[in-house]
Design a protein around this ligand. Sequence first.
Ligand SMILES: Nc1nc2c(ncn2[C@@H]2O[C@H](COP(=O)(O)OP(=O)(O)OP(=O)(O)OP(=O)(O)OC[C@H]3O[C@@H](n4cnc5c(=O)[nH]c(N)nc54)[C@H](O)[C@@H]3O)[C@@H](O)[C@H]2O)c(=O)[nH]1
Length: 153
Amino acid sequence: MALRACGFLVFRRLAQPTSPGVIEYLLLQTSYGQHHWTPPKGHVDPGEDDLTTALRETQEEAGLGAEHLQVLDGFLQELHYTVKGRPKDVLYWLAELRDPKTEVTLSAEHQDYRWARLEEACSLAQYKDLQDTLRAAQRHLDSQQEKNGQGLS
Ligand SMILES: Nc1nc2c(ncn2[C@@H]2O[C@H](COP(=O)(O)OP(=O)(O)OP(=O)(O)OP(=O)(O)OC[C@H]3O[C@@H](n4cnc5c(=O)[nH]c(N)nc54)[C@H](O)[C@@H]3O)[C@@H](O)[C@H]2O)c(=O)[nH]1
């Protein structure tokens, strides 16, 4: 059976005095293995539902709880890759940090974090499937912004 993990592409909007808000995505760098960068996510516990896992892992790994996050409707991406010969399914929702100044608090699983604009986030992410997911998130946010009559950078 495939491993299953769930998490959030957490983003924040930084208000700009002369231009529309800049979007930054939260990535965490693991303190083990290849020190890869990943959005907050983790394995689904037995009997746990996917969204609860995403919230729990984001609280544990970044110190951001449901009260800090606005989960967006209409965005859910599923990644499928292999870890040590075993298939793994990873689900990401998109969530906005309500107050962009909220501090991130790491656990021992991660050694660093970065708020990164799309291109930097894609460069940190390394994996094409995660890069595609970040780009899909940006398209989703851009299209929402267009509907609301505002531009995004
Ligand atoms: N000491 C040590 N301990 C480890 C290690 N490994 C785990 N632990 C322990 O596990 C706990 C974490 O448990 P949770 O938080 O519940 O789970 P996750 O959040 O799911 O975390 P993981 O790290 O298990 O899973 P991934 O991020 O998926 O990385 C697995 C591999 O997949 C590749 N990979 C990663 N992302 C992508 C992607 O987007 N796209 C593609 N295509 N590939 C990707 C990459 O090659 C990577 O090496 C830690 O506390 C450690 O105790 C390790 O190597 N050494």
